[in-house]
Write a protein that binds this ligand. Structure first.
Ligand code: SAM
Length: 345
């Protein structure tokens, strides 16, 4: 008979509450670092539970602050915990926690900016699995600072596309908080009113699970918006099988005119003199109706549009670096006759 495995839990010695830690170390929240501390243990545990089993795994926590989520992670008995916190004022309270679990969890505290930190250097090499295997025993968890969350997720998606950083080890999962509106955009399917570039980029490289909301009232100080908790698991095979930057450019331009026919945005990928013909060619190759609006296009259809754009720039490399927003110069002006466009495909 199979014996049910009971999860090991680490019991921490009595510690001051997070409220007391904040008072004790005079940790006034700094707006410029988006510091909103999560005060409700029940919700903190719920975030950590949403990341699944982390026992004996390596966990990297972004922005631990006074350590509320950190305590909950430690109780789940990870093998290694890497904390990346920009504000050095939190160092004493995090060291207190590291001391409290010494001998049980290997804790690395990094005072630094997550946008400049290569997490792969802190992950043990034996955690590595093949990309097509189930995710490795590595997790990224964080109640992210609003000020960096969108930049960070775009940067991480690009790393996922290249199997770099924490994704050198396989399909490392992330359980992260975002402003509710951003979380909704990440998970938005076609026809949702929040559907945007972020939805397509996230869903083309990851499965996006919107776990639950946290009301602003659960934080100190209370942010102006509620928060959504999202788990992202990289896909074995991305939907868009092209370089991330190329896909980002195509999807961004198509969404640049949200309420118009999507071909209007796609036209801005090409110089003014040729844009109507070339964009039509792109839609013909991709077999997409040009009068579809951006939020009506599925992820698979975006993949086809990216492929079609890639075909076109292979034939016409002069379009590749065309930038709609750049001032008109020689490189951005192209003679329609010179490029000899075939639009009847
Ligand atoms: N984890 C704590 C909690 O849930 O109560 C604090 C979360 S607070 C929303 C965001 C945390 O990220 C703060 O501790 C802040 O100092 C830190 N932070 C802000 N910008 C950062 C960055 N670029 N790199 C690392 N940490 C950052």
């Amino acid at each position: 008979m199979a014996v049910a495995k009971t999860a090991l839990q680490i019991r921490l010695p009595p510690l001051p509450s997070i409220k007391d830690v904040i008072k004790l170390y005079k940790l006034r929240a700094l707006r410029e670092l988006s510091q909103n501390f999560l005060m409700e243990p029940r919700l903190i545990d719920k975030i950590v539970r949403a990341s699944g089993n982390i026992q004996n795994h390596t966990v990297c926590e972004v922005g631990p602050g006074p350590g509320g989520i950190t305590r909950s992670i430690i109780r789940q008995a990870p093998k290694k915990l890497v904390l990346i916190e920009k504000d050095p004022r939190f160092l004493p309270s995090l060291e207190l926690l590291a001391d409290a679990c010494r001998d049980k969890v290997d804790v690395d505290i990094i005072t630094g900016d997550i946008l400049k930190t290569d997490l792969s250097q802190f992950i043990p090499s034996d955690a590595k699995v093949h990309w097509l295997d189930p995710p490795p025993p590595v997790h990224l968890i964080g109640n992210l600072p609003f000020s960096v969350s969108t930049i960070l997720i775009i940067r991480w998606l690009e790393m996922i596309s290249k199997h770099e950083g924490p994704w050198l080890f396989g399909r490392t999962r992330m359980t992260l908080t975002f402003q509710k509106e951003v979380a909704e955009r990440m998970a938005a399917r076609i026809l949702d009113k929040q559907r945007c570039r972020l939805s397509v980029m996230c869903q083309s490289w990851c499965t996006v699970k919107y776990n639950f909301d946290i009301p602003g009232t659960a934080f100190l100080p209370k942010p102006e918006v509620d928060v959504g908790v999202v788990t992202l698991t990289p896909l074995k095979h991305p939907i868009i099988k092209l370089p991330f930057k190329l896909a980002e450019k195509v999807v961004r331009q198509i969404f640049s005119m949200r309420q118009k026919y999507s071909i209007r945005g796609a036209q801005t990928l090409f110089p003014e003199e040729v844009r109507e013909e070339v964009a039509l060619k792109m839609y013909n190759i991709a077999d997409i109706d040009p009068v579809t609006r951006p939020f009506q296009i599925t992820n698979m259809e975006f993949a086809r549009l990216c492929e079609a754009y890639n075909d076109i720039i292979k034939q016409h490399p002069e379009f590749e670096h065309y930038d709609y927003r750049a001032p008109k110069n020689k490189n951005n002006l192209i003679n329609a006759e010179e490029v000899n466009i075939e639009c009847n495909m």
